[in-house]
Design a protein around this ligand. Structure first.
Ligand SMILES: C[S@@+](CC[C@H](N)C(=O)[O-])C[C@H]1O[C@@H](n2cnc3c(N)ncnc32)[C@H](O)[C@@H]1O
Length: 215
């Protein structure tokens, strides 16, 4: 089995799989996925340890697939048989073969904005006409500012494993994450080059975008 990095250990410690699934189910319901066809082919890009896929399954979507760059996370994934090791910027997926492409917390890990554009273009490429994209990424909000301030306090880190994990992930993602959360307008402009916006929400430290591939 591949060895986990410091970031991957913190990511695993931040939430239990059950907590993560409950969060994803709430999120998917909030974007209206409960009303979407259960025949939809769903691709989770940057699927991490696969709990997003498990959430789709719990909502009744059987045709779910995941792609993540980290072999060690794919190896421990829920629905391992549905996940492939691969690069979001060169998805191992046929064009126009997916009905819902979702990415949650993946784009802000890409080392450059050109790669973010490449990843978005890939999601558009694999979507069938009329397909949907769902993008969930961090964005600066008062809540996020407060969580960062609190999670970085030494006594809080000592007392709360979850806060320590959050602070560790933030440290490991320096400087990409910090730059990302200040660039929400640019992020949105870049997303809208590939997708027409259907729905947008920015709260609790997250940007949630639902769209359709541009014609
Ligand atoms: C913050 S995690 C999010 C994982 C999962 N979507 C979740 O919300 O729990 C970011 C994930 O992106 C993956 N990742 C980063 N760059 C990638 C790339 N170029 N292609 C595919 N996956 C990538 C990492 O391995 C990691 O699993």
């Amino acid at each position: 089995m591949s060895e986990l990095t410091r970031w991957e250990r913190a990511y695993q410690a931040f939430e239990t799989p059950a907590e993560e699934r409950r969060k994803f189910i709430r999120r998917l319901r909030s974007v209206g996925a409960g009303g979407w066809s259960r025949d939809a082919r769903v691709l989770e890009v940057c699927s991490g340890r696969g709990n997003g896929l498990a959430a789709w399954r719990e909502l009744g979507f059987a045709r779910v697939y995941g792609v993540d760059l980290s072999r060690s996370l794919v190896e421990v994934s829920a629905l391992r048989e549905r996940c492939a090791v691969g690069d979001a910027c060169r998805l191992p997926i046929r064009p126009a073969s997916i009905d819902v492409a979702i990415i949650q917390g993946g784009l802000h890990h890409f080392p450059t904005f050109d790669l973010v554009r490449a990843g978005l273009a890939e999601m558009r490429r694999v979507l069938a006409p009329g397909g949907r994209v769902v993008i969930v990424e961090p964005a600066r909000t008062p809540f996020l500012t407060a969580v960062h301030a609190i999670s970085e306090l030494k006594p809080v880190r000592a007392l709360s494993g979850r806060m320590d994990a959050f602070a560790t992930m933030t440290e490991e993602e320096y400087p990409l994450y910090h730059a990302w959360i200040e660039r929400t307008d640019e992020v949105l402009r870049t997303i809208r080059q590939e997708f027409d916006q259907v729905w947008l929400r920015r709260r609790w430290g997250k940007l949630v975008f639902v769209g359709r591939p541009r014609r």
